[in-house]
Write a protein that binds this ligand. Structure first.
Ligand code: FAD
Ligand code: NAP
Length: 337
């Protein structure tokens, strides 16, 4: 139902001051139907919001924000096919599936956010991503409220990417995700740092041990948004041609370069930012985290304009020094989506 409280500062993990033109809390399919009808009537664009951990919100948002709180989780068969409502929190879901002995999501522990947002950027970490575990995504079209379902192939997942950032951007509200889990999938433990925290004998490694190791690694390295407001990695790792990667490596020994398929290479954005001298720098209450150069932290700056000004300065200096374009990862909303 339409909510009188339209402030969003406590509803985004960067804790940016922001106020929506309209806001509805979506607890049920009927709430969603009603809110979409209201948005059509007002002409405001619709902005679905989960836990606000991957957004930069302007101070005045000319949008009808839908706070997705749809709950529920049920097995569709006995072979690990699970339907989860969009408003469920991601990390508790991972913890529960692992505790039940299902494999697949253990490397994706402690990623903030909701289940409904997870397919949007095809969340990934520690050598795994969501895509292979998605069986289907269920959504409702914003234009007419009609339900649509997409198979994994139709979601066109890529590196931190999906159809929900392109052809279906601003066109659907995801209501549920069907996940296909497994009892016998080989564990992925090759990511640097992970193997060292696990038993030496490979057969002694359990999904729970991988989950625990990922949680410990993340807690040791990444700032907790509850204490240091942030939106995770602020820039995507740039993917460049093999030729450009080789030229850069020749000029900058130590540059981390990873295989990215199709003759392309992925560079570590955090390394480029650190080398450009930004680690620990603070401007107008927004800081580059002193331990993790890819994370921007709100230290009282509180405004999207200040975050984006710092981000632009960082991107400009990385471009000047390395000739590499940095792309912002969180979705930035101005006065309208
Ligand atoms: P929001 O921030 O609320 O929304 C993000 C985008 O998705 C918006 O464009 C929004 O409109 C859209 N959206 C949200 N819900 C729906 C819906 N139901 N239907 C349609 N569109 C929707 N990401 C990773 O991939 N890997 C990581 O390891 C990782 N670590 C992080 C660590 C920290 C400390 C933080 C703060 C963030 C991290 N992230 C990571 C980013 C973030 O957690 C994920 O992108 C997450 O999926 C966002 O979920 P959310 O509910 O907060 O989405
Ligand atoms: P890290 O271990 O310091 O590594 C830096 C970057 O190098 C990562 O972004 C990672 O790319 C890449 N990398 C390292 N080893 C790799 C390998 N063997 N193969 C391919 N790529 C490799 O990274 P971190 O910042 O501490 O984060 C750890 C993991 O959590 C990463 O997977 C990262 O994506 C994820 N994470 C994501 C966010 C977010 O908001 N998106 C925030 C925090 C953490 P990838 O990013 O492609 O893995």
């Amino acid at each position: 139902m339409l909510h009188a409280e339209r402030q969003l500062q406590r509803r985004n993990t960067l804790r940016l001051r922001s106020r929506a033109a309209a806001l509805s809390v979506i607890d049920s399919p009927a709430d969603l139907e009603r809110a979409l009808a209201e948005a059509r009537q007002s002409g405001l664009p619709v902005l679905p919001l989960g836990e606000g951990s991957n957004v930069v919100l302007a101070e005045e948002l000319a949008a009808h924000v839908l706070l997705l709180r749809l709950r529920g989780c049920r097995w569709l068969d006995r072979r690990g096919l699970l339907r989860v409502a969009a408003g469920e929190s991601w990390h508790p879901l991972v913890a529960w599936t692992v505790a039940c002995g299902w494999r697949g999501l253990e490397n994706l522990a402690l990623i903030p956010g909701t289940v409904g947002a997870a397919p949007v950027q095809n969340i990934g970490a520690y050598g795994r991503e969501l895509a292979p575990f998605v069986h289907a995504v269920h959504a409702v079209r914003i234009a007419d409220g009609e339900p649509v379902s997409l198979s994994r192939a139709a979601c066109r997942f890529g590196y931190r990417d999906s159809i929900f950032k392109h052809a279906l951007r601003d066109r659907v509200v995801i209501t549920a995700v069907d996940l296909q889990l497994s009892r016998d999938l080989p564990l992925e433990v090759s990511y640097p740092g992970l193997r060292d925290r696990l038993p030496a004998a490979i057969e002694a490694i359990t999904p729970q041990a991988v989950f625990d190791a990922v949680v410990a690694l993340r807690r040791g390295k990444l700032p907790d948004p509850l204490r240091e407001p942030n939106a995770g990695s602020f820039f995507k790792n740039p993917v460049v041609s093999l030729e450009q990667a080789e030229d850069l490596q020749a000029a900058c020994p130590g540059l981390p370069v990873f295989e990215a398929g199709e003759g392309r290479r992925k560079l570590a954005a955090g390394w480029l930012i650190e080398q450009a001298g930004w680690k620990g720098i603070e401007r107008e209450g927004i800081a580059v985290h002193p331990r993790h150069a890819l994370v921007l932290v709100n230290r009282g700056g509180d405004s999207a304009a200040r975050v984006l000004a710092l981000a632009a300065a960082i991107a400009e200096s990385v471009r000047a020094r390395f000739g590499v374009e940095l792309e912002i990862e969180p979705r930035c909303y101005g006065s309208g989506p």
